[in-house]
Structure formats: C-alpha cells, structure tokens
Design a protein around this ligand. Structure first.
Ligand code: ADP
Length: 266
C-alpha cells in the first residue's frame, strides 16, 4: 500500500487538515514484475541460441572442423537450426506484440469449422503416423459455421496439435473433437494421452515463456509462447480457452468460438 498526504490550507497558509490517500499498488507492482520478467525471458531466450551459434562458428573457424566435411556440415546444421529457432521466437513475439497493441487485423467471416478441422487433420496425420500416434477427428455431421479468421484459427489448432504431438510418446493417441454448446458457441478440444502437466503448473501454463520443463521444450523446438498466442487469438474472437491435464496421463485443451449470426450449419 502506498500512502500519500496533502495538506489542506486556508488562504492565510495555515494548515487546517490533511488529505490522506491509501493506494493499493499490488496490481501495479505485479504488472511491473511481469514486465521485468518478460524482458529477462526474451533476452535469455535470444541469447541461448546466439551462444550456440557463436560457439559452433568458432569451432569451425578455429577447431579445424572445416577440414572434416562431415563434421562441418553437422556444425552448420546446428547453426541453422538455432537461427531458425530465433526466427520462430521473433515471429511469435511480433505476433503477440501486435495483438497486445490491438494491431492485428482479423479477417473474420463465416467459415466452416469442419473444413478447418479436416485441413488440420490432414496436416498432422503425417506427423502422427511417423510417431505411431493414432489420430482421430470427432466432428458431428451438423456443426454450426463459426464467425472467425480462418488463418488465426488454423494457428490456434497448429499450436495445440504441435504440443500434443511433442508431448505424446509413440504408440499413444490424439483426438480432436468439436461440438455445439448450449449457448450456441462451438467448443473444440485437442486431447492427448501424453506426459501430462503437473497440477502445480496448470495455473500458469498460459503465461508467456512458462514451461514445465524448459530443456525439454527447447529440445523439441518450442518457444514457450504457443499457448499464450492461442489464448490471445481465442480471446480476440470472444471465446475462452482452458486446459485440463493429469500428470502422466494426458492433456486436453478446449476452446470456444462464436457461431456466425444467424446460425448456419455447415
Ligand atoms: P512450448 O513452445 O514450450 O511448447 P507452449 O506455450 O506451447 O510452449 O506450452 C507451454 C508449456 O506447456 C510447454 O513447455 C509444456 O511444458 C506444456 N504443455 C503444453 N501442451 C502440452 C501437452 N499437450 N502435454 C504436456 N505438456 C504440455
């Protein structure tokens, strides 16, 4: 709590009272702490790949790896992978900052969610096959059309499905389902039977850069921003997103999207 005092004076300057202001600064301090944490995280996330790039380039330059074509090409591959990670991170950050500034132009229109889900199923079924993960799409025959930006919804689904694939071991399953809720909104869920998330981490999992296991996320190519971006996009559509998970058993992320008005099935 911040305390401030202002004297009340008569025209002859004699103090006749005191205005006391008690200000609750908890929220302000929280925001300031989050801002500092965010800057520290961004710096760290950018420095890590840069350090790797620099050390591999030095090894090429000074360590004689250049004379060994196999080693040289391996070093270059690592360097390129790290540069790609930096690009991904910067793209994610730019997208978040555009959404923070309300600068994203959403091209919302009536779209068939069924088409969107079938498209995403096509994209991911190959990855799933490679990992021997069985993939199911559960969409009822009659689903209301939604009022949304197709590219953005694709991105939400890509983020959720790439997490599901990343954190689900071989031989398990992923199911994407959609259904109309009683309020007319459509709920989409991405459920996996993967490693799950410990209860203590669930509350913070949508925060920027929050990860259960930083090393694991990085080694899988993650930026730690996928869920935050998904949440911002869903919020910008007037929907909600939440996550349920049981450690060791699996995770389900569910989000809702508004129907187009008047409601059209298709
Ligand atoms: P990342 O790029 O690290 O995957 P996200 O924001 O997409 O970043 O997810 C944040 C963290 O949430 C991940 O690092 C991981 O710990 C956890 N997580 C997200 N989705 C899943 C899932 N389907 N199963 C298990 N853990 C998950």
């Amino acid at each position: 709590v911040k305390l401030s005092f202002t004297p009340i004076k008569r025209p002859d300057e004699e103090t006749v009272g005191l205005i006391t202001v008690l200000q609750d600064v908890t929220e302000e301090e929280k925001l300031e702490r989050q801002r500092k944490e965010f800057v520290a995280n961004v710096s760290h996330e950018l420095r890590t790949p840069l350090t790797t790039i620099k050390s591999y380039l030095e090894a090429l330059d000074e360590g004689g790896a250049m004379e060994d074509p196999e080693l040289a090409s391996r070093f270059l591959r690592v360097t390129r992978g790290e540069a790609d990670r930096m690009t991904r991170l910067i793209n994610d950050l730019l997208q978040l900052s555009r959404m923070d500034a309300k600068n994203t132009r959403f091209n919302k229109q009536s779209i068939s969610l069924k088409d969107v889900l079938e498209g995403v199923a096509d994209r991911f079924s190959v990855q799933c096959k490679q990992k021997e993960i069985s993939f199911r799409l559960n969409v009822p025959e009659h689903l209301p059309r939604i009022y949304a930006d197709r590219d953005q919804i694709d991105q939400v689904l890509d983020n959720l499905l790439s997490n599901a694939v990343k954190y689900t071991p071989e031989g398990r399953s992923i199911t994407v389902s959609a259904q109309r809720r009683s309020d007319g909104f459509v709920a989409v869920s991405v459920a996996d039977t993967g490693i799950g998330i410990p209860k203590k981490d669930l509350d913070r999992i949508f925060e920027r850069f929050y990860r259960v296991d930083k090393a694991r996320s990085r080694s899988m190519g993650g930026t730690g921003l996928g869920l935050s971006i998904a949440r911002e996009i869903v919020k910008a559509h007037g929907g909600e997103i939440h996550i349920d998970s049981e450690y060791g058993k699996g995770t389900t992320v569910t989000f809702s999207l508004p129907p187009c008005e008047p409601e059209v099935v298709g």
